[in-house]
Design a protein. Structure first.
Length: 260
């Protein structure tokens, strides 16, 4: 179990080293630019909306006249609490955006990500499949990306309903952010492992079955990517690293099993 978790984490660090290779840089341009634009615009809109909402909260208190001396201290305390809540909300939104906008980024630039994954795999070994053109990958990935989007939407809706129920149960509601983090980790792992799976001709149901066989490693890999995707600035450049990490995972953990 511990070894599986360690291998999942190591795939991200090895993906970072692979993404630094000069030969892969031309294939990163379109995914990087698209991801930067989507995250910058969405992050600005979400943060601005949350800021205006929180800023509208009043922290002024009006105590009895003999307690007037306490009002400045309470105002400061409530003001600090308000911005602490703001920070927690932004962190939560970043976690949600991590999986949400990754889905849409892949939908927009799926073929370019597929090409990047293919080139990254050729850096590690010679794949058994012939080299694909951008057009071939585009035709192949469009339906697959929509299928993954539906997979995500159905489960996100179910988790949303469960979160709403748990929200009203004191103590238990603390598990809601953890559930969303775990869900996001699984979804991100699915997204980036699907790149080499698709290139190697494996269907989406086959990918899910393979992920379940390596559940601990998959969750460790996805959790690291999820954490990095939630960090400002870092999330703008995470796609090439995650794609390369998914390729490393596939070549080192999945293909030996398939070959055996």
């Amino acid at each position: 179990m511990i070894q599986d978790l360690r291998e999942g984490v190591n795939c991200v660090s090895e993906g970072f080293e692979l993404a630094r290779r000069r030969s892969l840089r031309p294939y990163m341009v379109v995914p990087l630019i698209t991801n930067i634009l989507l995250f910058t615009i969405s992050g600005y809109l979400v943060t601005s909306y949350a800021y205006e909402w929180i800023a509208g909260w009043s922290t002024a208190v009006d105590l009895w006249s003999w307690l007037d001396w306490l009002e400045p201290f309470i105002d400061q305390l409530l003001g600090a609490l308000k911005w602490l809540i703001f920070a927690v909300i932004i962190l939560g939104l970043l976690f949600i955006m991590g999986s949400t906008f990754t889905m849409f980024t892949h939908l927009v630039v799926g073929p370019f990500i597929g090409i990047l994954g293919e080139k990254a795999e050729r850096e590690l070994h010679t794949p058994s499949y012939p080299q694909h053109t951008l057009g071939q990958i585009a035709l192949r990935t469009l339906g697959r990306e929509f299928r993954k989007l539906i997979y995500w939407l159905v489960r996100a809706a179910g988790l949303g309903v469960l979160s709403l129920i748990l929200y009203f149960i004191p103590g238990v509601n603390a598990a809601v952010p953890v559930l969303w983090f775990l869900f996001g980790s699984w979804i991100l792992a699915m997204q980036y492992l699907d790149v080499p799976a698709d290139n190697n001709g494996r269907s989406f149901p086959e990918l899910l079955a393979l992920m379940r066989q390596h559940r601990a490693s998959v969750m460790a890999f996805g959790a690291v990517v999820m954490a990095l995707t939630s960090l400002p600035i870092v999330n703008l450049f995470i796609i090439p690293v995650a794609v390369c990490g998914g390729v490393v995972f596939w070549v080192k953990k999945v293909q030996p099993q398939l070959a055996g």
